[in-house]
Design a protein around this ligand. Sequence first.
Ligand SMILES: *[C@@H]1O[C@H](CO)[C@@H](O)[C@H](O)[C@H]1NC(C)=O
Ligand SMILES: *[C@@H]1O[C@H](CO)[C@@H](O)[C@H](O)[C@H]1NC(C)=O
Ligand SMILES: *[C@@H]1O[C@H](CO)[C@@H](O)[C@H](O)[C@H]1NC(C)=O
Length: 905
Amino acid sequence: MVRSFALAALVVFVFLALNTVTCFKSEEFRKCQQTPFCKDSRARKPGTSGFRASPAEVVDGFVQARLIPENSTGSDNLVLKLIVYQGGVLRIKVDQENVPGGKKRFEVPDVLVDGLEKKRLWLQRITAKDGLSTFYLSSGHEVVLQHEPFQVYVTRGQEKLVSINGKGLFHFEQRREKQEGENWEEHFRSHTDSRPYGPQSIGFDVSFHGAEHVYGIPERATSLALKPTRGTEEHSEPYRLFNLDVFEYLAESPFGLYGSIPFMLSHGSKRTSGFFWLNAAEMLVDVLSPGWDGAAAEESKQGIDTHWFAEAGIVDAFVFVGPGPKDVVQQYTGVTGTTAMPPFFSIGYHQCRWNYKDEADVAQVDAKFDEYDIPYDVIWLDIEHTDGKRYFTWDPITFPTPKEMQAKLEAKGRHMVAIVDPHIKRDEGFALHKEATSKGYYVKNSHGSDYDGWCWPGSSSYPDLVNPEIRAWWAEKFTLKNYVGSTSILHIWNDMNEPSVFNGPEVSMPRDNLHYNGIEHRDVHNAYGYYFHMATTQGLRNREGQRPFVLSRAVFAGTQKIGPIWTGDNTADWEQLRVSVPMILSLGITGIAFTGADVGGFFGNPSSELLTRWYQLGAFYPFFRAHAHLDTKRREPWIPGEPYTSRIREAIHTRYTLLPYYYTLFREAHETGIPVMRPLWFEHPNDPETFAMDDEFLIGDALLVRSVYTEGSNLETVYLPGSEPWFDIKTGQSFNGGKTYKLAVSQDSIPAFQRGGTIIPRKDRFRRSSSQMVDDPYTLVIALNSTQEAQGELYIDDGKSYEFEKGAFIHRRFSFSGGKLSSSSASPASKSYKTLSTVERIIILGLDAKKVPAAHRALVEEGGQDRQADIEAAPPVLRAKLKSNAVAVRLPNVSIDKDWSIKVL
Ligand SMILES: *[C@@H]1O[C@H](CO)[C@@H](O)[C@H](O)[C@H]1NC(C)=O
Ligand SMILES: *[C@@H]1O[C@H](CO)[C@@H](O)[C@H](O)[C@H]1NC(C)=O
Ligand SMILES: *[C@@H]1O[C@H](CO)[C@@H](O)[C@H](O)[C@H]1NC(C)=O
């Protein structure tokens, strides 16, 4: 009876799903014209802001002033605070001085790093002159507060870098009492927003002087360098930052997708700077093209103006002075946190599908990987594995013995990921629902009762994870005892956490819903998924001190310190393959280093060639997972057959050989915030050729990848930046830097190059999963530059625990010069992590035959002992296609964790 009722509900639901959610319906989503604050903000004219700042004073080491509106009533002033942090970071806060009824405007907690206050500079004095108050920011940089009209800008010497309200668009709708007869309601389609606090939007302009391009403010499917949205006329909708579940999203659209990171970088030949507005309400950003304000093009060409506006909250903004791209990201992640160190297995290959049907299906897919000699680390279970979309449960028919299933995977060193979404099935028989209801843990509707929305399980409610007490309760659900059927190899996937509500406004939650402390959903919307991700991750972290892996779809500023995200429900077409690169780059430069796009495309059926090309590109994504919709044909790597399967195997194998390099880069992201996958201008900031380039990318500073984005292509254009040579990673062929090449491409792989001057650590042996590679020996690939030098690093730890935080790691630096490779410690470890790994081969690319005429042996020196190793003219992989002077040192057998040197004779 219960089952057949559930079945009936399912049928109704599938019907609804097919009719309402299977494709992008632009009318489901608001346009700027349909959102009053957006429309009004866009209509504002430059120079109309009308605020002046009172004399500035130093209070508790920061600068404070009042912002006084034109025709002030005396009770409608704003408070401005200017706070400086070490390393070139300025914080600008503006809030209402008096709020009727004392209901303060919302300020987003839990995003800024804990230690931020300790990095605050205690300001001593302000220089006041000519209506300007000037104070110290960092070496060479000052902050200037112009009093009338109010404006704040950062200078370096005589040069302005970034200014706020330089164009006079600052506005601030103050929370106030409702006037007689005033109606604050807003309507969109069939939805009414009661707007109990009335209009409270904020906006201002930010100018990046000297910038040639601006980047960032993900998430959307568009180019990395952001195109103008407005000029003398409107070009397009503004860039929207509002987390939504957009089905079958379109490439080339300013429309916001599942995540919002209100952080923008600007870059030009002279410098990079950044701007971040910590605010979780709906936000929009216009990038203005020269002449938008009527100023002479000549004047406005020397920079880029942007206009930012949000529905609610306060101004809590940060300016980062750079001067380089890496400095800006380090400054930003110094404020919002750096990438959590991932468990090692999670940087391997992930096999996902909606859905692996049952335990036999999982066993069969797992076995096929071995049969076809394809390494993989993780198999995923989507929503169908649960008992009627009740998360934390298992379908009793299809997944009756989840622990046994996981034990079989564990025996091969593999892992499993299961989905847990935030919509809780409203079912009286579901213990989780009963408990959440009785404890009052659900988000409330505007009338104060539990909000009831429609999602995968049908009628659903959403835990209020904005509340720390509820996050702690949620985290407890992941203990091995509470999560029945889970084992320590089970990790989690958080989908639908924008949150997605099929029958809600814009497929999400009403803005007047209520969180704890009376916080309106509109204030916290863009951070709801962040809190859900945080609570889930905390749950796994509590489990046994192992590093958790929790993938989220929603993203907000600071998500990097919690865990990875992916770019959501893409489509199996060439355009979406192409746009995945700027999407991942954009997330990377805004702090989110651990990301990827669904390999193969979620919706639709890729051709075998597209699928293969997607594997060849996806093998370089920081997060490498294949995924597919329920309605698509099966497409595991062996399905397309030969020659595709071999090409896919080769792509995945290439990823596995590079895992030591990727892990070292993740360590760098964890330490510094610098992304794993980087735009070319990150490493070549003075080369204008690279500024708008997003069809090729770098992995770390050593690898350049150019994907192929068209069917049947056999010729591609590749730009190789810099003045040093590059080496094809497959053939060893060398190319001069600073040139554009038309290269023949094959179906076997996509072009990838190692930069001269770098050393990449690899593990070349073929294994079933990363855990079986732990003690494997290394290959070091040395690509020499014009001075016959190179250097590189390797970071290793146990890949699982937090012992690395106590120094249990190995961090080596390799450098090659004068014909000699040396290994030394890159950072002292307090407690040594032990490994049996040695170096089995050293490949040297670009060795100058004139300098080392007859390289035929190598002198190995380790622990005071000398011995000799053989040299071959070229390793077997290169021999066939060799087009450069490559040699390989065979079996030097040095320990990876010791000091040694190897001289080529
Ligand atoms: C201030 O008052 C003057 C005179 O009444 C009026 O012209 C002006 O528009 C007012 N400004 C604002 C911002 O309301
Ligand atoms: C060659 O590489 C070494 C090591 O990375 C570097 O120190 C040196 O500056 C490079 N030389 C040139 C000409 O780029
Ligand atoms: C390195 O180890 C291999 C296998 O253990 C051995 O055959 C070889 O002789 C060793 N080479 C050197 C130079 O010690």
